[in-house]
Design a protein around this ligand. Sequence first.
Ligand SMILES: [Zn+2]
Length: 140
Amino acid sequence: MSFETYRSQERQAKLFVDGTTKLKNVGVHHYGLACDIVRSVDGKPSWDGDFSIIGRLAKKHGLVWGGDWKTFPDAYHVQRCRMADQKALFAGTWYPSETYDPTARAETAPIRTDPDPDPDRTLEQPISEIKTLIVEKPEE
Ligand SMILES: [Zn+2]
């Protein structure tokens, strides 16, 4: 079963305190680009057992699998963002396009050098607004 997709900053902070995540303020879940998948046992979520099938399915469908992470393996987690691109995602300077392939080796996240057009923007804005801010380059 799909256990969690979108995650608020409040919940991310709580999970950080609980030791469930290494990311204190935001994670890829916050951008609607991640999903945690667990077993359904009698209709309830279960984290027991082998989740390597999620890794196989993630690779087949072009997703990054948390079970491949060396420092903090997360076998229940898949995401549509390379680790190397997370910094730009969290900084609000980049959001994956529809053709973005997180399994591709090439660097795909553009590094923006111009100042943020809206420094007061918060992460609580809907993703559609964040996408607009990132896709549209400010006029010079
Ligand atoms: Zn996750």
